[in-house]
Design a protein around this ligand. Structure first.
Ligand SMILES: *Cc1c(COP(=O)(O)O)cnc(C)c1O
Length: 824
């Protein structure tokens, strides 16, 4: 085991040495950031041997490898997580303690690697953790954005975005791999020339722009098994450094252009979650990292295998949503134009190598590139897409003669657009949804025609989360308690957490469980005091909604309900009411007006409610700035109630819901995404379910929506709340501030349907469920049972289970054991 060979004194010496060689300082003189760097380099040094050993073992055994292609990897911080997985956290903590250094303080010096927006990016990060822990050969492939997800500041209640310069101090865990650099070409024109030797038409691209893709590797450490996999993220660099000779040759413009392209292409992550913006630079980013990754993957394959026609025996490519689906025509291009395969041979390889994960049913999230943009930027790739489309449309017509409706729905090229999801489904050998309900909706609604034509491709893989980060690291008190009760097997086998079930009947255990929750609430209260200046009572119910701000996630429903409760308390001060702290955390995409208005509303309600002495602190509202993985870990540990209130059918899975459950917070939610499966596991009596079902929502939608005005005029309490959006109550007298929100609910002005997300329709049902939460919480026996059972029943939702399903049904990988790389 790691612990055996972790040498405390050697580690302390290494930290001191690093401070000296990096900063010419003694440890006492070093800043916290410098100590973070010195500690991280000492940790990286220990990782290196296993990393080396793992990669040699993979090469030696010539193993099949999954390449997880994703525009986003929401990794969070590395140091603490690496130590946990090296099973060296406690020892390093002790070693640093002896040097007068607090590991927790040092961990806070690390910026989050926020190379993702939300759930999709965090899923990719959890998958990498599970793959390494389960001994599977895997690469994560993505982009090394210079600026990750923006930092959110709240000024005067409004979201202000500032750049996330996460690499400012340097990234101690990354490794630049200049030797694997690849050229990626854009634009220009193409022609074909007969090769006199082979007699084949060969493709030639001219007048293109190009950039050099340079990979940076980050170690992904398996838990206690010496496996170290790689997250490979690509940086861009100009191909020819800006040099005088190109200036002399009159290539000045070209040189500057290439310099600019390289700079802009990896500059920043697009901050849209579940929304397609159609920007040219985004398509460049997609092609950039896909082309570089595929070139390298083929080169690597050829180092140990001779026949590229059998690539699929050693390589599987998982496309995380449609963002990486340009991999399909790029793989065809590389196999045909560089490897000399015929179309049929290349198609055979591609369709056995690529698999696609669908993450949403929402129309506004579907990627549809205008053909003129796509074909100009990627002329050869577009030709290949045309040919894939031509052949597929022929197949459709053969199968459904005279049914042009089928072509209209399933073709890749339609109405001047390239429909990326259609391409992924046509070329992929597997199409999966991310929760049972979501997969059923795909099969029966959105992708019905594809499902009828190729049912064998469709499968479900319910998402999961890693318990190593979200319990072992994020909630050490509960983690130790669980280990104390049932042993530490849960860390790599979360099914074992069900052994906690009997303790739900044990009064002493329940008290211990609730004490830990209380201490975690104290920890969060301290964070809130430091960051928001607000005093919150850790004895109040911590009711939490943290996730990206999106209309379908219905933060507006939550805050309207807070306004409703506040009205009630004001009107009936004698009414019994259990004190509640409503905690929000959410970033809004920079251009999403209604989302930003919702943030302002939450902060304004917070201002009014928190400062109203007459309600005796019965309600507090807190908006936690800059919600991200690092503060998420604190938040889940401290939550009493998990708000998962999306409009049924809209949240494909959700993973926040699973993190709350693991940490003992019952779900207050709709029957949507993985909430359905959470209820299946924990029992409906241990959750608070409300609202329309997905069938009901879909039914309304297929019949022109519903009309919220009846509800508005017949429910005076709800009407009053909605009117308060316009009467200045939460806007210092301004009647315009929330007009977009008001209009979205009642549709007096806007182009889309009224209350698209069924907020009025679900309001009463939500308020009732909230009442049930209060009743349940008052009965601490009942509540503590419920909370503990949520933890005890969360076993299904580990990403380890998800990964084993991907491996068995899609990837077909073998486990590889790695001996310790550390010299004895
Ligand atoms: C888990 C997670 C998400 C996803 O949350 P949902 O509630 O599933 O939308 C988003 N952001 C961060 C930082 C997370 O850790």
């Amino acid at each position: 085991m790691y612990s055996k060979r972790f040498e405390k004194e050697a580690f302390k010496a290494a930290v001191k040495e690093n401070v000296k060689t990096l900063y010419r300082k003694k440890i006492e003189e070093a800043s916290k950031q410098q100590i973070f760097q010195a500690v991280s380099y000492a940790v990286k040094d220990i990782i290196m041997d296993d990393w080396f050993e793992t990669q040699s073992k993979y090469e030696e055994e010539n193993v099949k490898t999954v390449y997880y292609m994703s525009m986003e990897f929401l990794m969070g911080r590395a140091l603490g997580n690496n130590l946990i997985n090296m099973t060296a956290y406690t020892e390093v903590k002790e070693a640093l303690d002896e040097m007068g250094i607090d590991l927790n303080v040092i961990e806070d010096e690390e910026p989050d690697a926020a190379l993702g927006n939300g759930g999709l990016g965090r899923l990719a990060a959890c998958f990498l953790d599970s793959l390494a822990t389960l001994n599977y050969p895997a690469y994560g492939c993505g982009i090394r954005y210079r600026y990750g997800m923006f930092k959110q500041k709240i000024k005067d209640g409004y979201q202000v975005e500032t750049p996330d310069n996460w690499l400012k101090e340097g990234n101690p865990f990354e490794l630049r791999r200049e030797e694997y650099a690849k050229e990626v070409r854009f634009g220009g024109n193409i022609r074909f020339e007969k090769n006199p030797e082979t007699g084949r038409d060969e493709f030639i691209q001219e007048n293109y722009e190009s950039v050099l893709a340079i990979p940076y590797d980050m170690p992904i450490i398996g838990y206690g098994n010496h496996v170290v996999n790689t997250l490979r993220i690509w940086d861009a660099q100009a191909i020819v450094d800006f040099q005088l000779d190109s200036f002399d040759r009159g290539d000045y413009h070209k040189a500057v252009e290439q310099e600019n392209l390289a700079k802009t292409i990896v500059e920043v992550l697009y901050p849209n979650d579940n929304h397609y913006a159609g920007k040219e630079l985004r398509l460049k980013q997609q092609y950039f990292f896909i082309s570089a990754s595929l070139q390298e993957l083929i080169a690597k394959y050829k180092r140990t295998n001779s026949d590229v026609r059998k690539l699929y025996e050693k390589v599987v490519i998982q496309m995380n949503d449609t963002h990486p689906t340009v991999a399909v025509p790029e793989l065809m291009h590389l196999l045909i134009d560089q490897e000399g395969l015929t179309w049929e041979e290349a198609w055979n390889v591609t369709t056995k190598t690529c698999a696609y994960t669908n993450h949403t049913i929402m129309a506004e999230a579907l990627e549809k590139w205008p053909i003129d943009l796509f074909s100009k930027l990627l002329p050869r790739i577009y030709q290949i897409v045309q040919e894939i489309d031509r052949r597929f449309v022929n197949e459709v017509r053969a199968k459904y003669p005279g049914n042009e409706e089928k072509v209209r729905k399933m073709a890749i090229l339609w109405d001047g657009q390239v429909r990326m999801a259609n391409m992924a489904i046509i070329a992929g050998f597997s199409v999966n949804g991310v929760a049972k309900l979501h997969t059923e909706i795909l099969k029966n609604e959105q992708l019905k025609d594809f499902y009828e034509m190729m049912p064998e491709k469709f499968n479900n893989k319910t998402n999961g989360i890693t318990q190593r980060r979200f319990l072992a690291h994020g909630n050490p008190l509960l983690a130790d308690w669980v280990t104390d009760k049932i042993g530490d097997g849960w860390i790599t086998d979360l099914a074992q957490i069900s052994k906690l079930k009997p303790y739900a009947e044990d009064e002493k255990a329940r008290k211990e469980f609730m004490d830990i929750k209380y201490q975690n609430k104290v920890r969060l209260a301290k964070y809130i005091k430091e960051h928001n200046g607000i005093d919150v009572d850790p004895r109040s119910i911590f009711d939490v909604q943290v996730k990206r701000l999106h209309e379908y996630k219905r933060q507006l429903l939550n805050i309207l309900h807070v306004m409703y409760l506040y009205n009630q308390i004001k009107e009936h001060p004698e009414m019994s009411f259990y004190p509640r702290t409503f905690i929000f955390g959410a970033k809004a995409a920079a251009g999403y007006q209604r989302a930003k208005e919702t943030i302002k509303l939450i902060n304004s309600v917070a201002d009014v409610v928190n400062n109203d002495r007459s309600i005796n602190g019965k309600i507090k509202v807190v908006f936690i700035e800059d919600y991200r993985v690092s503060n998420a870990e604190l938040i889940f540990a401290a939550a009493d109630v998990s708000e998962q209130i999306s409009t049924a059918s809209k949240e494909a899975s959700g993973t926040g819901n699973m993190k709350f459950m693991l940490n003992g917070a019952p779900t207050l939610g709709t029957m949507d995404g993985a909430n359905v499966e959470i209820v299946e596991e924990v029992g409906i009596e241990n959750a608070f379910i409300f609202g329309l079902s997905s069938e009901e929502v879909i039914n309304y939608e297929n019949n022109g929506g519903y009309n919220p005005t009846d509800i508005y005029f017949n429910d005076w309490e709800l009407k009053r709340v909605i009117d308060q959006l316009m009467d200045g109550t939460y806007a210092k007298g301004d009647h315009e501030m929330y007009k977009n929100l008001y209009n979205s609910l009642l549709n007096t002005q806007c182009t889309d349907r009224a209350d698209t997300y069924f907020i009025l329709k679900d309001f009463r049902s939500y308020a009732d469920a909230q009442k049930r939460v209060e009743e349940a919480y008052r009965d601490q026996d009942r509540w503590s049972k419920m909370a503990m059972l949520n933890t005890a029943c969360s076993g299904k939702f580990t990403s380890d289970r998800t990964i084993e399903e991907y491996v068995k049904d899609i990837w077909k990988l073998e486990k590889v054991t790695v001996p310790s790389g550390q010299p004895e």
